[in-house]
Ligand binder design. Structure first.
Ligand code: GTP
Length: 298
């Protein structure tokens, strides 16, 4: 094309010495492999710029190092290799490397009663850091579930009792009359409120594990919560869901405690912080609880 050398502004030296904690790119589109399936992801890739007099880092070197992610199953060792590549390509400039991968895991979930099944998307963010030879992997997951307020269930039951007193006052009870009453709207004069809720889970993983325990964590969390939101639903499934909710009344505090006890048992988890958000239908604000396990030592 031409014989001129391309200007390299990033290589210029600055007069002021101001190191930077994080420099890189955000929202790079790329495929990653999870359980043999290619998923669409967005990566944030960065390094520290310790040399405060260097004008810039080499963005293209970080970008190209991400190539490794589309060929191999995502694992802590692969993440570490990519981060090492970030640092090797910035020798003398950087001592810390960072990578966040944002994606969505799709899992097929069966209906409660019918033979139907459907897909559920779980937002996932995997964050890896290599800071002066110290390697860390964190995993963030979000999952939706249904929660029914125990207090509102008790209040509704009391109203149903009151209605029963009013409707059957001074009468000899007949089985058929009570059965018909129970099947009428007078028999369910009040309903408890329930809400679509979200569990936001943030794990510190054991860096030596071979595989990210995504499915194990999601399954354990959903089992602990008991009323995960459904996918394909026929009336029989909806009825089973109503029963499951009625047997699974919970405040946000209950949800947080159940998750805490269940998730600490999953191999590969060193520590976690969790947050549950119950998007109340009673009012326009949310009920929220947080809990953590071994977070200080992580
Ligand atoms: N450092 C830096 N580079 C930027 C920024 N915005 C765009 N770039 C461009 O990113 C491109 C890639 O940078 P480098 O990796 O240094 O490219 P290069 O000098 O051809 O590659 P190397 O020879 O490996 O250093 C350059 O064209 C930069 O101008 C920015 O804010 N900071």
């Amino acid at each position: 094309m031409n014989s001129l050398t391309l200007p390299d502004i990033a290589a210029e030296a600055l007069r002021d010495n101001v190191p930077l904690e994080w420099v890189g790119m955000q929202g790079i589109a790329l495929p990653i492999l999870l359980k043999g399936t290619a998923l669409s992801a967005k990566a944030d890739a960065g390094v520290s710029l310790d040399d405060g007099e260097a004008r810039g880092i080499h963005m293209s070197r970080l970008y190209l190092a991400l190539d490794a992610l589309e060929q191999k199953e995502l694992s802590p060792s692969l993440l570490r290799r990519v981060l090492s590549q970030f640092l090797d390509s910035h020798e003398g400039l950087s001592s810390c490397a960072y990578l966040n991968l944002h994606t969505e895991l799709l899992l097929k979930r069966p209906a409660l009663v019918s033979l139907l099944a459907g897909w559920k998307a779980y937002p996932v963010c995997i964050s890896a850091t290599l800071r002066r030879q110290m390697f860390h992997v964190e995993l963030k997951l979000e999952l939706p579930y249904s929660s029914t307020c125990p207090c509102s269930a008790a209040l509704a039951r009391q109203l149903i009792q009151q209605q029963f007193i009013d409707d059957f006052a001074n009468q000899a009870l007949q089985h058929a009359d009570v059965l018909a009453w129970l099947g009428s709207s007078r028999g369910v004069v009040a309903t408890p409120h329930s809400q679509r809720s979200t569990a936001q889970l943030h794990f510190h993983l054991d860096e030596s594990i071979d595989e990210l325990p995504l499915n194990a964590l999601i399954n354990a969390a959903e089992a602990a919560l008991g009323t995960a939101v459904q996918t394909a639903v026929k009336r029989a499934d909806e009825q089973a869901f109503a029963l499951a909710n009625g047997q699974n009344l919970m405040f946000c505090e209950d949800a947080a405690r159940r998750l805490n006890l269940a998730l600490r048992r999953i191999p590969g988890v060193n520590a976690f912080h969790l947050r549950v958000v119950h998007a109340e239908s009673l009012h326009a604000h949310d009920a929220v609880a947080e809990s953590q396990w071994q977070r200080e030592s992580a």
